[in-house]
Write a new protein. Structure first.
Length: 336
């Protein structure tokens, strides 16, 4: 997580899910670990082994939320922002869990060592070839977390559905009862949300969208190839723009100068939810007038996009419902 993901983490800290979000996605206390031995193949392709099933787990924020949705409670969590505002965590009961960091790139390894972990869980980021908390730009002393225990996690790759399924498999390997009624209810709600989203998209032929983030130095246009939630939206019929020139060194984004902010003209802007506020569009139009050269921005046609944080069926269902409402309200002729 370097470059723009790092910038966003700082921005969120400086700036500061209701309903059925993380707080209602819990599968309860379902974990019943077996004696072992234990193995799991992570998103990196590496097979992690242990003589017995891990029980003392330290996890990155979203990954912790995923495990907790299946009843696996970590002993420690490291987050990229305050756990009170992190969309993965802010509705969860974190009592009894040691908070090891609330800023991107900074993890209290001494405090983590005192927890005697037997597994570290963090997403695998294929473009960076690193787990969450181990990326370029992270404090070197924080990276020593990986020396405390084996590290694994599911890949931030092709689909949030695959990500959720991957953490379901990990939770099952750790002893979770993944067929509980609570989990089944969240899966059903997610499936219903997908059906409603597909119907809304089908009713708006010609609607084009771009996932974007304005920042002080540039306008960033997300590359769906590295954003699993955007790939899911594309697979369900939404015309999400693929930028022509992603940054070769960090292909999550194409970086546009403010002079070229209007290179793309979507009908609807999917705005990086980590920096989105209801007043953000008007504020950026005042701060950087070229923002309003994007017709959708001028028209106020923008909705928060849950960028890079979704990990559970319940959260995805909630966020997909918001996007469905935005599609229903969108005008396919804004960019004309």
């Amino acid at each position: 997580m370097r470059a723009w993901r790092q910038i966003l983490a700082v921005a969120v800290l400086g700036a500061a899910l209701a309903g059925c979000g993380s707080g209602t996605d819990s599968g309860g206390d379902n974990a019943a670990p077996s004696a072992g031995p234990w193995t799991f193949t992570g998103g990196s392709g590496q097979v992690v082994k242990a003589d017995k099933t891990p029980t003392r787990i330290i996890a990155h924020a979203g990954e912790a939320a995923a495990l907790m949705s299946f009843g696996i409670k970590p002993v420690g969590i490291y987050a990229d922002e305050s756990v009170k505002t992190d969309p993965n965590l802010k509705n969860l009961d974190l009592s009894g869990i040691e908070i090891l960091g609330e800023e991107w790139g900074k993890i209290d390894v001494e405090k983590a060592a005192a927890l005697a972990p037997d597994l570290i869980v963090g997403d695998w980021w294929p473009a960076e070839k690193a787990h969450s908390g181990m990326e370029e730009g992270v404090d070197e002393k924080s990276k020593k977390l990986a020396e405390l225990a084996p590290i694994t996690g599911v890949s931030q790759g092709k689909s949030i559905v695959e990500l959720a399924e991957g953490y379901e498999s990990l939770a099952k390997s750790l002893g979770a009862k993944v067929d509980s009624p609570e989990i089944a209810a969240n899966k059903k709600r997610f499936e219903e949300a997908v059906t409603a989203f597909k119907a809304a998209v089908a009713a708006k032929p010609g609607l084009s969208v771009a996932a974007m983030s304005p920042a002080d130095d540039k306008v960033y246009v997300a590359n769906p190839a590295y954003a699993p939630e955007l790939l899911d939206l594309q697979s369900w019929g939404l015309d999400v723009l693929n930028p022509a020139s992603p940054d070769p060194g960090f292909p999550y984004w194409e970086n546009l100068s403010w002079e070229n902010a209007d290179k793309y003209q979507p009908d609807l802007i999917l705005w990086d939810g980590r920096s989105y506020t209801p007043s953000a569009n008007a504020e950026w139009g005042t701060k950087q007038p070229t923002w309003f050269k994007i017709k959708a921005a001028k028209a106020g046609a923008a909705v928060a996009w849950p960028a890079f944080w979704l990990h559970t069926y319940g959260d995805f269902a909630t966020e997909l419902g918001k996007l469905t409402d935005a599609v229903k309200a969108a005008d396919p002729n804004v960019s004309s």
